[in-house]
Design a protein around this ligand. Structure first.
Ligand code: AGP
Length: 609
């Protein structure tokens, strides 16, 4: 995801400080970078597509400044281009802004500013901030007042850094939902998306809360204000106990663990600006240009690979149950060679985290001259698959560095739930309950993440087995397949994912004391039948590790071990079950001492067929 850095100080060190800070934030993944700094009362900006090093090369060594802001961009709104890179500024370039997050109401603000004569040069949501401050500056006594008024108009999530030619000795920053930390030192202040970017200068940090902004001065003094209640905030700096060697993964041992722990943020950012619980509406901007074509779709074919394919299987159950549209999920590598009837009222939906998977690209190419609608659920903005589709919904999960896909699965299933709701046009009885549950899920995800210690113990207990069965019914079945893949690809253990109802048709023959089963037994209309499957396994001395819903006492009598997840709808259970299975697989791999982030033989993006 994006990262911001802002520096102000009495030394001419702002440019180096911002570039080094952006380098420290590179682990967040990005596709372009930019910097703006004050040279006297003029704002100089430089933006590059690609790495921070390209910025350094472009600036050379002779540039100095005392006030600067910088940004690494992971594209969410608008492609990967220099004009979309941050900083963004107002028309006379006297105000520069960097932003991490999503301005939910950017379309309304853009239209209103355009109606007042403002001209936009980028496709980003962020640009509205610089013009909005400019607009308020025309009627306010001070720049700070204009900044505060603009903040009051923004909805969504932001960590903002702002400089102005009007006040070259001041750096502004503000926070709502996106992380922001202030580092304070002798004669300097630095703001950043996370502590790793301030460590070079100081260990004294102040964490900002939502609806707070900072006015930092060149002598290192700062003032914080709660702009929601218009109250000054007095907050002492704390000393950061930070081991810089862990930089890149934050405080996590591996990217996979970090990305699993991002689940609450992922659930929030995949729905941000897309659900309105109070008005029971969904808003998928990426599908608005195909609204009329969607009305005539009578069948959906989902194509994907690996984890994205299993997300598609969850999507099949969701879209059929909520929107009543027949869905068929196919492995992209099979779809491209099939000779199947394909009518124009069938839409193809490609799911891909990287947006560069060769098999999925080939599937899209196959239907190029079919005249059918091609949709995408993609995480990487501007990727090949995103550009090949007619419309789609971005996952907004931020970059996923570990080969084993975790948060991308969570984001994909969340987006597929939104698509099912969107296609139902509000007609489904599940519409309101699902909107409310999606809004509640981030907190429930935190409950599961809090069980990491017990998950670690279970992983140690089961890590020595060479075979594993994963079983589920209904929404639990795709979870069983995905859980088996997670264990396979991180721990190299033979793991089979099966529909629980299939056990008697053959797989039961494999069960013995050395072949444990991971059973998904969360609340569902099929739970009693899953109990029967568990009893079949235990009757053959098979060990059972079950995932169940909090409060289920029956399962404790049936299984050897139980992982409890919070109560949730059957339809949203994959989102919570997945987190538990991801943690389990992660800790098994760590127990076995494997390279968790880079498993043998695998690549993060399979760009060859
Ligand atoms: C999942 O953990 C694997 N990394 C792999 O199966 C992956 O899901 C598959 O290669 C598809 O990648 P994509 O989502 O980028 O298209």
């Amino acid at each position: 995801m994006c990262g911001i850095v802002g520096y102000i100080g009495s030394q001419q060190r702002a440019i180096d400080a911002v570039l080094n800070g952006l380098t420290a934030l590179e682990y967040r993944g990005y596709d372009s970078a930019g910097i703006a700094f004050l040279d006297g009362e003029t704002i100089i900006t430089n933006k590059q597509v690609g790495r921070v090093q390209a910025l350094r090369d472009a600036l050379g060594d002779d540039k100095t400044a005392m006030t600067a802001i910088g940004h690494t961009r992971w594209a969410t709104h608008g492609g990967v281009t220099i004009k979309n890179a941050h900083p963004h500024y107002n028309s006379d370039q006297t105000i520069a802004v960097v932003h991490n997050g999503i301005i939910e109401n950017h379309v309304e603000l853009r239209n209103s500013l355009r109606a007042q004569g403002y001209i936009f040069v980028s496709d980003t949501d962020t640009e509205v901030v610089s013009h909005l401050i400019d607009l308020y500056r025309r009627s306010s006594k001070t720049f700070q007042e204009a900044f505060e008024q603009a903040l009051g108009q923004l909805r969504g999530a932001y960590a903002l850094g702002v400089i102005t030619a009007e006040e070259p000795d001041v750096l502004y920053a503000a926070r709502l939902s996106s992380p922001l930390v202030l580092g304070v030192g002798d004669g300097m202040c630095i703001v950043a998306s996370d502590p790793s970017a301030v460590m070079e200068h100081t260990r004294r940090v102040v964490y900002l809360n939502d609806y707070e902004f900072i006015r930092a001065e060149r002598d290192g003094t700062y003032h914080i204000k709660d702009f929601k209640h218009s109250l000054p905030v007095s907050r002492k700096a704390e000393v950061l106990d930070y081991d810089a060697t862990k930089a890149g993964k934050g405080d996590y041992a591996h990217f996979m663990l970090k990305e699993i722990y991002e689940a609450p943020y992922t659930l929030r950012s995949a729905t941000l600006g897309r659900i309105r619980v109070e008005s029971s509406t969904t808003k998928l901007g990426g599908l608005e240009n195909v609204t009329s074509q969607l009305r005539y779709i009578d069948r959906l074919v989902i194509v994907a690979c690996g984890t994205s394919y299993y997300a598609g299987l969850v999507g099949e159950y969701l879209i059929e149950e909520i929107a009543g549209i027949p869905v068929e999920v196919q492995l992209a590598s099979e779809f491209k060679y099939r000779n199947e009837p394909f009518s124009r009222s069938t839409a193809l939906l490609a799911i891909s985290q990287s947006g560069e998977t060769a098999d999925t690209i080939a599937a899209l190419k196959k239907v190029e001259d079919y005249g059918c609608l091609r949709l995408g659920v993609v995480n990487t903005v501007g990727s090949t698959i995103a550009r090949m589709t007619d419309a789609g919904v971005y996952c907004h999960a931020g970059p996923e560095q570990a080969v084993a896909s975790t948060k991308a699965f969570i984001a994909q299933v969340t987006v597929l739930t939104l698509i099912a709701l969107h296609l139902s046009n509000g007609a489904s009885k599940l519409y309101r309950p699902l909107l409310a549950e999606l809004d509640a899920l981030p907190k429930k995800a935190e409950t599961i993440l809090a069980q990491a210690a017990s998950m670690k113990r279970l992983a140690k207990k089961y890590a020595h087995y060479r075979d594993f069965m994963f079983l589920g019914r209904g929404y639990g079945y795709p979870c069983a397949l995905e859980g088996a893949l997670k264990l396979k690809e991180t721990s190299y253990i033979h793991a089979e994912g099966y529909a629980a109802g299939e056990m008697k048709h053959g797989p039961l023959a494999m069960i013995d004391p050395d072949f444990p089963t991971f059973a998904i037994a969360t609340h569902s209309p099929l739970l009693e039948k899953t109990y029967s499957n568990i009893e079949e396994i235990r009757a053959r001395q098979g060990k059972v590790l079950a995932i169940a819903t909090e409060g289920n006492e029956t399962i404790a009598r049936l299984a050897d071990d139980v992982i409890y997840i919070p109560e949730t709808l059957d339809q949203t259970s994959p989102l919570l079950v997945a987190i538990a299975m991801q943690l389990f697989s992660y800790y098994v791999a760590v127990t076995k001492g494997y390279d968790v982030d880079r498993p043998r033989n695998l690549a993060k993006s399979v760009t060859v067929e």
